[in-house]
Design a binder for this molecule. Structure first.
Ligand SMILES: NC(=O)c1ccc[n+]([C@@H]2O[C@H](COP(=O)([O-])OP(=O)(O)OC[C@H]3O[C@@H](n4cnc5c(N)ncnc54)[C@H](O)[C@@H]3O)[C@@H](O)[C@H]2O)c1
Length: 252
């Protein structure tokens, strides 16, 4: 039996990059998956993933979208066992040049989006989690930039650092309330995705490679494998943890 058979997952920011790789890996491991993203119509694309995949338009910063998404998941799949809060944006700037509007935009997607994901999914997850030895699983995608800083990306650093501690706080809260939901964060290093490649200069890409001990950027599937592990009963004793997947970057 595939290790995620019988489970239903929601992956935010699921249409491309790391989110897409996570959705594909969870499907391969036997889960049914609701991909959520900003495109109005991704029907053709989602059909290529097979009958266990579905799509909903969901802006993670929008409460009305969240209410609709929860209804859609209940209607289509009848349950929820795994939440991967992956949607995120880069786009930081030196602090002296940053407007409050830009600061809030980063916080809205990267931090409010994770809060709303937990807030809106936790009741459904608690019900689903009762069926599994390891409970339901929330996996929040933070970053190495939630652990260590770089100059020029303070908003991103702040948002991802906050996701790390929000993860631990909610893990403790659910454990104290005897709600069967484990909550963990994943901290990828530099990953070859549209977010990073489209917004980086050649010098920046060279820096990502040169500053990573293993000498290369990660591929999205290498992050997805760790997310699938955390979502499964193989990680049944893990909650409030942070898994770093960074080719050695933060070991330096
Ligand atoms: N690429 C990296 O090097 C890297 C490293 C560490 C962490 N991360 C994190 O991994 C996650 C995914 O990053 P990626 O590199 O795959 O990015 P990406 O830009 O390639 O993909 C992100 C997806 O999220 C969607 N999205 C953006 N805003 C959204 C919103 N408001 N609501 C719903 N969907 C939204 C986008 O449409 C896109 O499909 C992010 O949280 C990012 O911060 C990325």
């Amino acid at each position: 039996m595939s290790r995620l058979e019988g489970r239903v997952a929601l992956v935010t920011g699921g249409l491309r990059g790391i989110g897409r790789a996570i959705a594909e890996r969870l499907l391969a491991d036997g889960a049914r998956v609701m991909l959520a993203d900003l495109a109005d119509d991704a029907a053709e694309d989602i059909a290529s993933l097979g009958p266990d995949a579905a799509y909903i338009r969901l802006d993670v910063t929008d409460e009305a979208d969240w209410a609709r998404a929860i209804d859609a998941i209940e209607q289509r799949f009848g349950r929820l066992d795994i939440l991967v809060a992956n949607a995120g944006i880069g786009g930081s700037a030196p602090v002296r040049d940053m407007s409050l509007v830009d600061w809030r935009k980063t916080m809205a997607v990267n931090l409010d989006g994770v809060f709303l994901a937990t807030r809106y999914c936790c009741d459904l997850l608690a019900r689903g989690g009762a069926d599994w030895a390891g409970g339901a699983a929330i996996v929040n995608i933070s970053s190495i930039m939630g652990l260590v800083a770089l100059p020029g990306v303070s908003a991103y650093n702040a948002s991802k650092g906050a996701v790390r501690l929000f993860t631990k706080a909610t893990a403790l809260e659910f454990a104290a309330d005897k709600r069967p939901i484990r909550v963990n964060s994943v901290h990828p290093g530099f990953v070859e995705t549209p977010l990073l490649v489209d917004t980086s200069t050649k010098e920046a890409i060279d820096f990502y490679t040169a500053s990573t001990p293993v000498g290369r950027m990660a591929q999205p599937h290498e992050i997805a494998a760790v997310v699938s592990f955390l979502a499964s009963d193989d990680a049944s004793y893990m909650t409030g943890s942070e898994l770093v997947v960074d080719g050695g970057y933060t070991a330096q």
